[in-house]
Design a protein around this ligand. Structure first.
Ligand code: AMP
Length: 220
């Protein structure tokens, strides 16, 4: 991939956006902007943004555009991006997609590809309710499909594993409804512009990642 680009990892919660985003950042030198991570950090630090966002996140609802869009604009302006950006969990509404399209052009890293991880609901529920994350290094495990060697302990660094508060079954189902009602339409925005690469999100990451990387290799 030459030049500067913005790439979007898109799909329902639990499609594998974060897992692929980490590898894409490493392999393609992109700067990751993950709105979920930014918002969770704001909640943990109890900032004014965090206090406003928390009730929406706990309910599995979208945080309003008026809060999310300015954070992303500021992050894009403040981050040096020699190669471009990788967006994870953003955009989730048409207003966000419109803002990003323009802002990415403005900073010289236009949106080049949207990696759409199409994933069936039953796969998502298993992945998210079983998901455990290392507090120290961020490695992701799954109690059903990828258990750590010792329950509750990270194989990679020995850190403590935790479950995200919004990964309980009731909240996962709410997040999926929100995705269907508010976010799935964003796909049409990108399809109209011919930017979508569709990947089977049910495949294990080791199988789907090479397809994703190959599709970006073609970006010039
Ligand atoms: P994620 O880590 O991407 O699954 O996001 C976790 C939660 O953060 C979501 O359920 C929303 O409440 C909130 N969130 C993250 N990104 C956005 C966004 N682009 N727009 C609105 N809310 C968001």
């Amino acid at each position: 991939m030459r030049g500067r680009h913005s790439i979007i990892a898109f799909g329902p919660p639990g499609a594998g956006k974060g897992t692929h985003a980490e590898r894409l950042v490493r392999d393609f030198g992109l700067e990751r902007i993950a709105t979920g991570d930014i918002l969770r950090a704001a909640v943990a630090d109890d900032t004014p943004l965090g206090r406003q966002a928390k009730p929406y996140m706990e309910a599995g609802a979208l945080v309003p555009d008026e809060l999310v869009i300015p954070i992303v604009e500021a992050r894009m302006r403040a981050t040096p991006h020699e190669r471009g950006f990788l967006f994870d969990g953003f955009p989730r509404t048409i207003a966000q997609a419109t803002m990003l399209f323009e802002a990415a052009e403005r900073v010289g890293a236009p949106v080049e590809k949207v990696i759409y991880l199409r994933t069936p609901q039953e796969v998502i529920v298993t992945r998210l309710t079983g998901r455990r994350i290392c507090r120290r290094c961020g490695a992701v495990f799954n109690t059903e499909t990828m258990p750590p060697k010792v329950a509750g302990v990270c194989d990679a660094c020995g850190g403590e594993l935790y479950q995200r508060e919004d990964d309980t079954e009731a909240t996962v189902l709410a997040r999926l409804r929100v995705y269907e009602e508010q976010t799935a339409d964003v796909m049409a925005f990108y399809r109209d512009r011919g930017l979508v690469v569709e990947i089977d999100g049910a495949l294990p990451a080791e199988e789907s990642y090479p397809m994703i990387a190959a599709s970006l290799g073609a970006v010039s």
